[in-house]
Write a protein that binds this ligand. Structure first.
Ligand code: MOS
Length: 735
């Protein structure tokens, strides 16, 4: 029986603080780092599978309609071609995160341009690609596609659980001393992980093994089994290394099911890797959004009313929608509130979770509006935020768990040198560059997800961890190593972490920023069990047991662990699940972001010159990996603010910019020196580690810091993101 903990109450023991090894929080290198940089970490495409053949997906060239016929014979006659598959079990789009069941399936009905409809398999990848490119497919086009959420033909719905009316916002707006009422637009974003999606499927009898690139294996296994119509216990998924994901690998996707179907038929391993264009066009997009924000403030700038109404989109049949209001519910006060969510049904590629779904664009829009309010009221933007941090959750009337938002604002301002800013826009100039400073608050919910792990303390004083957790580049291998080392008094090199195999105990997976806290807690609990067993051997209480450098002590005698183990191993299993603690306290991570930009007075080109992020996210498990997550989030913020935008052709919904030449993510030259500070914090309500999710935090507001800095530099408000040159040119002072 595993040691179970349901987080119904705060865990105030803070056990990690009582340990002796001194590893937690340290900026240790990733144990998987050397493997990765030397090419020895096996990514999905790199498994050597004897007899492996290659499949290439073929996608619909019409936006809506029916697939009528497919020239299988023509393709089969081509060199090297082994099979052409067009199967009702194919996925229309990937499963949404934690779906745990098949998404919409089928190849006859076409719902968006680029929907996979067939798989061509050949001896070589090149042969498969050639046959896929020339495969003749007959469609009957329906001609009823809707590609614009604001088109008159767009069908919309209002998800019931995401509408809030509290008090009377209209009256509050009318009574307000100061008000802001504006519309902000954000475009679609692509997750754009470095490693394209890939699956290698192979069968042994009725058992399927899938080597893939996925974030949440226990769910992915059920999704794959359900899609194929087989039992989940017949499916094994391996994903020990994942080259980035950002939400795009949360749910099983099209290539996995297609590879499995072909591999079963051919009796050989089939490898299907998506091209970059296919990843951009058929995996997941972040929905575009139109957000109306209303802020009603009294004479001191305190909010008396807050409105956030939002329009996003998705394919017919999908329940997911970008949870734009998630952060708005808890960050700022204002008694009179109206929050509303509307979702349009479009014939565009599927909308799903892309890095920090919700707050990434919701908090960003809110922070743009707060900047406008600060200027309207004429108080400092930092001070405006501090004035509006509520005592209790403004809608649920519950307290907050740990929240160092004020400290993050003050410390960020200090580190950045915010006092140097001239509040009046357009005042600072260096040659042809207009210089400005901007800031934004940052916030993201904290979540815990069910997770299990097994830990074995071996007779030679090494420890092995097994869990089907993933490391998507975030640092799972590192932080789990640290937790085990800390709890069992072992050095880093004595701990081996085995991840990414569904034969291991099912973990939370990586997503929603909950991976470290959830999988880490399960490993912590497993270690506690081992500690109890060791304490028993030593004849003391677990609380008295001190483990350090491979030695155990009850406070008096100090014994080598190996002597205590006497050739036997000890094992523990840990299982964490969320409970009432999540309902009793509003749990979130907070921060601030400050940016300095230079905008070219002639061309409108914006360069981010420096950036500071100050964050609190509970106990920091590894200073280096946590800081790296924040760098990443702030780089996303630069991209969101300045360049990232999925452009869909309004005639047929095809993605115009479907590669990295056209979809502009920031490159080194776009990213300045970034300063990240992490505030010390413990959150007893979150989990037994007192840590919170830091993965997506920095993205939730940082783009607003850049746009607010552009305003300070130029006097131009960009409310339609990203701030490309064309949106600045007309407003620049010299034109
Ligand atoms: Mo995240 S978008 O839940 O991987």
């Amino acid at each position: 029986m595993p040691t179970r903990l349901k987080m119904d109450q705060p865990d105030t023991r803070r056990r990690l603080d009582a340990m002796q090894q001194g590893l937690i929080g340290k900026p240790i290198d990733r144990p998987d780092g050397p493997l990765k940089v030397s090419g020895r970490a096996t990514y999905a495409h790199e498994w050597e599978m004897p007899g492996c053949v290659y499949g290439v997906l073929v996608r619909a060239t019409i936006p809506t309609g029916k697939l009528v016929a497919i020239d299988r014979e023509g393709a089969m006659a081509m060199a090297g071609v082994l099979g052409v598959y067009c199967d009702q079990r194919f996925l229309r789009n990937p499963a949404q995160g934690t779906a745990n069941a098949a998404p919409v399936q089928g190849v006859e009905q076409i719902d968006y341009l680029g929907q996979p409809v067939a798989l061509v398999v050949a001896q070589s990848f090149e042969q498969a690609r050639h046959a896929a490119q020339t495969l003749q497919i007959k469609y009957s086009e329906a001609g009823n596609g809707v590609f614009d959420p604001e088109a008159s033909g767009a069908e919309t719905y209002w998800p019931e659980s995401d509408q809030l009316q509290q008090g009377d916002l209209s009256t509050a707006m009318a009574d307000a001393a100061f008000r802001v009422d504006l519309e902000i637009r954000t475009p679609g974003h692509s997750s754009a992980p470095m490693e394209p999606h890939c699956s290698i499927a192979s069968w042994e009898g009725d058992k399927l093994t899938l080597r893939g690139s996925y974030q949440m294996l226990k769910y992915n296994r059920n999704e794959l089994a359900d899609s194929l119509g087989i039992d989940a216990d017949k499916v094994r998924i391996l994903a020990p290394y994942v080259g980035g994901a950002f939400g795009s690998k949360l749910g099983i996707s099209q290539e996995a099911v297609a590879a499995a179907i072909a591999a079963e038929d051919l009796g050989k391993p089939v490898c299907v890797t998506l091209s970059r264009q296919q990843v951009l066009e058929s995996v997941m997009r972040r929905s575009e959004s139109r957000q109306r924000i209303r802020l009603a403030a009294d004479a001191e700038g305190r909010l008396i009313g807050l409105g956030h109404e939002c329009l996003v989109s998705n394919l017919p049949g999908e329940d997911f929608y970008e949870p734009v209001l998630q952060g708005t519910h808890f960050v700022y006060g204002g008694a009179h509130r109206k929050l509303a969510m509307e979702v349009a049904r479009l014939n565009l590629m599927c909308a799903g979770s892309v890095r920090a779904p919700g707050e990434a664009i919701g908090v960003t829009a809110l922070e743009l509006a707060m900047d406008e309010l600060a200027h309207t009221v004429d108080i400092d933007p930092v001070e405006l935020r501090k004035r509006n941090i509520p005592e209790r959750h403004p809608e649920q009337d519950i307290p907050y768990s740990s929240r160092r938002y004020i400290e993050a604002l003050d410390e960020g301002a200090r580190r950045f040198g915010w006092s140097q800013r001239n509040a009046q826009p357009g005042q600072r100039r260096e040659g042809e560059w207009l210089i400005g400073m901007g800031m934004a608050g940052v916030a993201r919910v904290n979540l815990l997800s069910e997770s299990q792990a097994r830990v074995v303390l071996n007779p030679d004083c090494t420890a092995t961890v097994e869990t089907d957790m993933t490391d998507i580049g975030t640092g799972s291998y590192a932080i789990l190593t640290q937790i085990v080392g800390e709890m069992l008094g072992l050095a880093i090199h004595q701990v081996e972490i085995r991840l990414g195999d569904t034969r291991f105990p099912p973990a939370s997976g990586s997503g929603g920023s909950w991976g470290a806290a959830s999988s880490g807690s399960s490993v912590f609990l497993a270690c506690e069990e081992i500690r109890r067993k060791l304490a028993e051997k030593l004849g003391c209480d677990e609380n008295q047991l001190q483990l350090k450098d491979g030695h155990a002590s009850d406070g008096g005698n100090r014994l080598p662990l190996e002597g205590l183990l006497k050739g036997q191993s000890l094992s523990g299993e840990g299982s964490i699940e969320p409970g009432d603690a999540a309902k009793q306290r509003s749990q979130a991570c907070y921060g601030s972001c400050f940016a300095e930009v230079a905008v070219n007075a002639t061309t409108g080109e914006t360069r981010v010159r420096r950036m500071n992020g100050t964050f609190s996210a509970g106990r920091i498990l590894n200073q280096k990996t946590a800081t790296s997550q924040c760098y990443g989030g702030m780089v996303w913020g630069i991209g969101m603010a300045l360049t990232e935008e999925m452009v869909f052709d309004s005639r047929d919904g095809h993605l115009v910019n479907r590669d990295f030449a056209e979809y502009h993510i920031p490159v080194n030259l776009d990213v300045p020196q970034i300063d990240v500070a992490l505030l010390e914090e413990r959150d007893d309500w979150a989990n037994p580690l007192q840590s919170k999710g830091i993965g997506e935090l920095a993205l939730c507001g940082s783009a607003a810091a850049v746009l607010n800095a552009i305003y300070n530099a130029t006097g131009v408000r960009v409310r339609d993101m990203p701030a490309t040159l064309d949106k600045l040119l007309d407003g620049l002072p010299e034109r």
